[in-house]
Ligand binder design. Structure first.
Ligand code: ADP
Ligand code: MG
Length: 293
């Protein structure tokens, strides 16, 4: 493949909503046989909504929303934005947290009105030796059975509530997966979200392989493991938590609707955030190399 001929491919890419970092990228695009897809913001819209609040015995829903909402208001995570928006809608103005920290892949922690508050995965609470009472554990399981993400809320050492959030699958995702399969790629769904939610999304878009409950730093290890098995790995992601995996993959595809970190780490940007463009990119790269043979 001559550099000039490949440049023709990159120009064509820009026209159809794919930004390619350099002509050399097309070679890896052509070779990819496995495509790892981040769930939130990539296969799904990433726009979450707070659907329900399940409080533990004796807890006040307004207080749960006030404290959890205040903390989440300080985070940019799509789940956090859903919780903060839902809380504001129901309880009005939220207090400003006195302390706040984002714990990647787990949730948020901080101080609101003098209370030490945690909002996030059950694992975050477990790290602080906080156990869900049976009623909340049941509410969490029921929500996940329905394909919703259950977020746990605790303060001052006690679990207080489960928040149910859900996110819609992009209308183009199922077609994109069909096209990627038709090009001979094996799709794998990769997410920090829980297994039940991940499997329900995978089933809906036609993905058989699911790697769930993965910490952000372990997404890289998943890509490396697939590479060690001899696979040529393409990875599609949108988040800060996907950047390292995008850089490690043989081919990193970033959603143009996602974070700058993902776009900087990727080789290719799908400008419109439409997963079908991933299939277009692979088809284009094969055609480009074919033409110049
Ligand atoms: P994904 O890999 O699907 O993009 P993340 O790695 O960002 O997801 O997060 C993994 C999980 O951690 C989420 O599904 C959620 O349960 C929890 N989580 C992360 N950040 C937050 C937050 N700010 N508020 C509540 N839960 C969070
Ligand atoms: Mg994501």
């Amino acid at each position: 493949a001559t550099p000039t001929a490949l440049m023709v491919g990159t120009g064509r890419g820009a026209q159809i909503g794919i930004l390619i970092k350099g002509p050399e990228v097309l070679e890896n695009t052509r070779k990819a046989d496995t495509i790892v897809l981040d769930k939130t913001g990539t296969v799904t819209t990433g726009r979450m909504t707070l659907l329900a609040v399940r409080t533990a015995e004796g807890e006040d829903e307004t207080e749960v929303l006030r404290l959890a909402g205040a903390l989440e208001h300080a985070s940019e995570h799509p789940i956090a934005q859903a919780v903060a928006a839902g809380a504001q809608e129901r309880v009005g103005t939220l207090p400003a947290p006195e302390d706040f920290a984002n714990i990647a892949g787990l949730g948020v922690q901080g101080v609101v009105d003098g209370h030490a508050v945690l909002v996030g995965r059950e694992k975050l609470l477990e790290d602080w030796a906080i156990v869900l009472p049976p009623a909340l554990a049941e509410a969490k399981a029921a929500a996940e059975q329905q394909g919703r993400t259950a977020i746990t809320v605790a303060w001052d050492g006690r679990a207080r509530a489960v928040l149910e959030v859900a996110d819609a699958i992009k209308p183009t995702s199922a077609e994109a997966i069909r096209r990627l399969r038709a090009l001979g790629l094996t799709p794998i769904l990769l997410t920090g979200d829980n297994r039940a939610v991940a499997e329900s999304v995978a089933a809906e878009v036609g993905i058989d392989e699911v790697i769930a409950e993965v910490m952000p730093e372990d997404k890289v290890a998943v890509v490396q493991r697939l590479q060690a098995e001899g696979k040529s790995v393409a990875m599609v992601g949108d988040g800060v938590n996907d950047a390292a995996a995008l850089a490690t993959a043989d081919l990193g595809l970033a959603m143009g609707t996602g974070t700058d970190a993902a776009m900087e780490a990727g080789d290719l940007t799908l400008v419109r955030g439409d997963l079908r463009a991933a299939a277009d990119a692979i088809r284009l790269s094969r055609k480009t190399l074919f033409t110049i043979k």
